[in-house]
Write a protein that binds this ligand. Structure first.
Ligand code: FAD
Length: 404
């Protein structure tokens, strides 16, 4: 594969840089972009992008997207990562949006898509349940169709778990069991649910990084209008397979990893151990060089998957699973090295970087770095679990190689 710079892509990079320099407010740049952005930042960033007609960077032109090629998307992500902009709503952009474009009715698109473009509505993903994570098709949350004079609706009962940002989301896309009598995959449907509907209870789960990203969501006799069913009843599993197959090349979160690596290099040249700068200690210099080499290899891997996705090569799915494993394992290694480089500062537990600090007790500059890094290191323990565990990805690779 040819890794020479592409001049068309360079012109595009300049266009993105110029946009970031001239059109993006200063307070939406240089943000920590650790595990997530604050929701008000996500919404403001979405509006800025939409004003530039870049509200949906990952979607085709016919769906109101930019129509960018996969390499252009990677350049866009990389430049935004380097500028420290907020993230977009990943659930709306990368998961729900493509589903809506492919399966939703014109009425559903008219109701939901403008709010996604304008940054007025945030979404969360209600798939996993206690006992149904890797084995998602065994999910039990029940939706029963009820015919009534004031409009046919589903009555939803059950529980979801690990629902990221449910407490900050306006709507949830939900997998439910509409038919318990058929083969488990065939009885699943895909619903859109307003989080303000009576009967929904969100309970926080505090994670190991001492932050609140995760939740349990309970559904007690929640009435969902039939018009909120996406696709046909029983089509939920096919929609899910489509959703999970999207966006392989961006799963490695390369821009964020590059940023961490840059911070790690800076720390290595400033932090001292036993009188030496870390970079002068052979064992740390070797670790840094290895991580750098792995990151470069990951970058090439991403380019390769991007090219295959661009060519609609089905083997990109198996490489996508490999990318998920390599990307998330590297994320863990880099964040561990960051904490090691922070020395004593890395050993302290800090409050959630997104919670406001007591202004009477400002942090020292190194504590500020440690605040997001130590929490990041803890949060990244989960990156080999969410989005499909590494073990399950390995099974997918094995199965697909067997069938190639
Ligand atoms: C930080 C975080 C955010 C998340 N956000 C969301 C969200 O927003 N929405 C949502 O719906 N879900 C979310 N999840 C849930 C996530 O998708 C599940 O945790 C994941 O699919 C694993 O399911 P599980 O936790 O039930 O573990 P299990 O499936 O019970 O797995 C337990 C262990 O067994 C292994 N295992 C299971 N099956 C196999 C197999 N067939 N072969 C080999 N090993 C196997 C797994 O690899 C794992 O090590 C999130 C999870 C985390 C940690």
């Amino acid at each position: 594969m040819d890794f020479q710079p592409d001049s068309g892509l360079e012109a595009f990079r300049q266009e993105v840089r110029q946009f970031l320099q001239t059109k993006v407010p200063a307070d939406l740049k240089g943000l920590p972009r650790s595990t997530r952005s604050r929701c008000e930042e996500v919404m403001r960033w979405q509006k800025v992008l939409n004003a530039q007609s870049w509200g949906a960077p990952y979607w085709a032109k016919e769906h109101g997207g930019t129509g960018w090629s996969v390499p252009q998307i990677l350049v866009f992500d990389e430049e935004c990562g380097a500028a420290g902009t907020p993230s977009q709503d990943p659930f709306a952009q990368k998961l729900l949006g493509p589903v809506m474009n492919a399966f939703a009715s014109p009425e559903q698109k008219a109701e939901h898509m403008p709010a996604i473009f304008n940054g007025q509505r945030l979404w969360c993903q209600g798939f996993s349940e206690p006992g149904s994570g890797s084995d998602l098709a065994s999910l039990k949350t029940r939706a029963e169709l009820v015919k009534s004079v004031d409009g046919d609706h589903y009555v939803v009962n059950g529980q979801k778990i690990w629902t990221s940002y449910a407490h900050e989301s306006d709507w949830i896309f939900l997998l439910v069991r509409t038919n318990p009598e058929v083969k488990k995959q065939a009885g699943i449907s895909f619903l859109l649910v307003d989080m303000k509907t009576p009967g929904i209870t969100v309970r926080p789960i505090r994670s190991i990084d001492d932050a609140h990203h995760l939740n349990e969501v309970f559904f007690d006799d929640v009435r969902v209008p039939v018009k909120n069913l996406v696709g046909a009843e029983g089509q939920g599993w096919n929609i899910t397979k489509f959703l999970l197959n999207n966006e392989h090349a961006t799963t490695a979160d390369l821009p964020v990893q590059k940023r961490y690596m840059q911070q790690l290099r800076q720390l290595a040249t400033t932090q001292r151990m036993g009188g030496d700068r870390l970079i002068e200690r052979p064992e740390f210099a070797l670790k840094l060089a290895r991580l750098d080499a792995e990151l470069q290899a990951l970058g090439m891997f991403v380019q390769r998957v991007a090219k295959m996705e661009q060519e609609h090569n089905p083997a990109s799915h198996v490489l996508g699973s490999m990318l998920k494993i390599r990307g998330t394992e590297l994320q863990q290694k880099i964040s561990e090295a960051m904490v090691e480089a922070l020395g004593d500062y890395g050993a302290v537990a800090y409050p959630d970087p997104h919670e406001d600090l007591d202004p009477a007790q400002p942090l020292l500059p190194l504590q500020e770095v440690a605040r997001s890094m130590a929490n990041n290191m803890f949060f990244h323990r989960a990156s080999t679990i969410y989005g499909g565990t590494s073990e399950v990805q390995r099974s997918i690779i094995a199965k697909m190689l067997f069938h190639l």
